[in-house]
Design a protein around this ligand. Structure first.
Ligand code: ZN
Length: 325
């Protein structure tokens, strides 16, 4: 449990690798087109000259610097032409960072963590274990409406398939407008085996692919994390980071609401979490086997009012598809 330390090492390695790979590509080009090496050396020399000129009296240096800059431009143009003639893309001789936003430092200019850093932290803190395998299988492109019956059940206005189509469209709209739509939260309810987890996975995958941070945990595990944080003193950097992620992640999916112990402690903490995210305009999806009336019976008035007031309740109905164990 030393995630934050591990991450520092990981990001340093990423940067080292990116620069090493660039160096390898450079050497390859130098062997292939030796003239590029000469040009690079010239450019480097000119760069040094600029640095030297800057140290002189600024008034004298200006003309000289302008002259050197012109020369650098010409050298670069020559290099550009050489590379183009040999069909080598220009970015071949640029550092290829995994994350262009933070250039694999993990942090932005203002010192706040980059989305890639947060996602790595989530992976470690929340054992997003084999989630990538699951997400390869369960995503919007594999979501198959035909597994839902198109037979109208007694008393229902729609077939389960028609009904699921509406839910699916809502989930697609949720992801499509994730960035711009504010205060958009969903609550999936219905018995086990109707595809709630599958749909949560679809949404998680889509947002992860688009660079958002997603924490996907059962209510049980979330409460566990929070109690750990509350009752451990002094708090380690890891504990704090893990707890903060629950509030700051772009999307929090609280799976299986109702599997946690329901008492005054969990009611308070759950309220703080749900309310804290609403106040920060962070989106949340909840899935539960409880019906809306059970929710209002089992949870505090404060929690229910937040859920009923700020979440769109989407029922899952039909036959057990055995998707969920
Ligand atoms: Zn980044």
């Amino acid at each position: 449990m030393a995630q934050t330390k591990d991450l520092k090492v990981l990001f340093q390695q990423r940067r080292d690798q990116a620069f090493k790979a660039l160096e390898d590509r450079k050497q390859e080009i130098y062997t292939f087109i030796p003239k590029v090496k000469i040009l690079d050396q010239e450019i480097k020399k000119m760069g040094l000259k600029i640095a030297m000129a800057a140290l002189k009296n600024p008034n004298d240096a200006q003309t000289e610097m302008k002259f050197i800059e012109e020369e650098i431009k010409m050298l670069k143009r020559e290099k550009f032409i050489l590379l183009t003639e040999h069909n080598i893309p220009q970015d071949y001789l640029q550092v290829d960072f995994i994350c262009k936003t933070c250039e694999d430092t993990g942090f932005l200019k203002d010192g706040s963590p980059c989305h890639c850093y947060k996602q790595e932290l989530i992976k470690r803190s929340y054992t997003f274990s084999n989630i990538t395998d699951v997400l390869d299988r369960e995503n919007f492109s594999t979501f198959d409406l035909s597994v839902f019956s198109d037979v109208y059940d007694d008393g229902l206005q729609k077939s389960p398939r028609d009904h699921m189509r509406i839910v699916l469209d809502r989930a697609l709209a949720f992801t499509a407008h994730f960035k711009d739509k504010t205060n958009d939260n969903l609550l999936f309810f219905g018995a086990t085996g109707l595809g709630k987890t599958f749909l949560c996975n679809c949404i998680a995958k889509e947002l992860l692919d688009n660079g958002y941070t997603v924490v996907y945990q059962t209510a049980f595990r979330i409460i566990d994390t929070i109690s750990n944080y509350r009752f451990t003193n002094p708090k380690t950097e890891d504990l704090k980071a893990e707890y903060d992620l629950l509030i700051t992640t772009d999307l929090l999916i609280i799976d299986d609401l109702g599997t946690e112990m329901i008492n005054s402690f969990t009611n308070t903490e759950l309220f703080n979490l749900i309310n804290g995210r609403l106040l920060q305009d962070k989106k949340t999806i909840i899935s539960t086997n409880f019906t809306p009336s059970q929710i209002s019976e089992l949870y505090s008035e404060r929690i229910s009012s937040r859920l009923f007031g700020h979440y769109e309740f989407l029922p899952f109905s039909g036959q057990d598809l055995r998707w969920e164990v």
